[in-house]
Design a protein around this ligand. Structure first.
Ligand code: DAT
Length: 177
């Protein structure tokens, strides 16, 4: 049994996943796993998609690479998808959401344009990641958190920290039974 939870932080690119994951890691000592970085450094891909300007992910290789990392628990999995992570790995799924006007500004600032910008804007408006999370995991472990302002990030991270404390307490109580 893991003594620390594994937490998925997901959402459309630009909503603030990395910002949340980094602050959460700093405050709790959990480890921030940027899945994008792992895809690149561990070469869990089958090349580059020119049109969408993104790696074509080799999901089997990615899951193999992650298996040993997530086994002990205490990992924050930061990615713009969530349905491929096995249910048994995951204790909490945080879906970060953002106002679409704000997201548009963040993505254009990042250099997104054309189809890539459009697809990501549509995904946020249609709440694709929230639906994906709800379809893939028990609804009790899926939380939607808003991230338009820096204050909201701090509040969200405090909420997740409180959740982690409760998760550990529940485990301890369970072990005493
Ligand atoms: P993601 O990891 O989801 O792609 P990010 O954490 O890299 O997103 O954030 C994208 C940009 O937006 C980055 O410049 C930081 C900024 N940002 C994120 N969340 C924010 C918030 N709640 N308030 C203000 N700026 C935010």
């Amino acid at each position: 049994m893991r003594s620390n939870p594994n937490i998925v932080v997901t959402g459309t690119p630009g909503v603030g996943k990395t910002t949340h994951a980094e602050l959460l890691a700093r405050n709790t000592g959990l480890k921030h796993l940027s899945i994008n970085d792992i895809v690149k450094t561990e070469k869990c891909h089958e090349g580059w998609d020119d049109e969408l300007e993104t790696w074509i992910v080799d999901e089997d290789k990615l899951l193999d690479t992650l298996e040993d990392l997530v086994a002990p628990g205490g990992q924050i999995l930061d990615w713009h998808a969530c349905d491929l992570f096995p249910v048994r790995w995951v204790d909490l799924v945080v879906v970060v959401r953002c106002d679409s006007t704000i997201l548009y500004d963040r993505l254009t600032a990042r250099g997104y344009k054309g189809k890539k910008l459009e697809e990501n804007m549509d995904a946020e408006i249609m709440q694709v990641l929230l639906e994906e999370a709800r379809e893939s995991y028990e609804k009790e472990i899926v939380v939607e958190l808003r991230s338009d302002t820096a204050e909201e990030v701090e509040g969200n991270v405090e909420r997740i920290e409180a959740w982690i404390t409760q998760w550990k307490k529940d485990r301890e109580d369970e072990e005493k039974k």
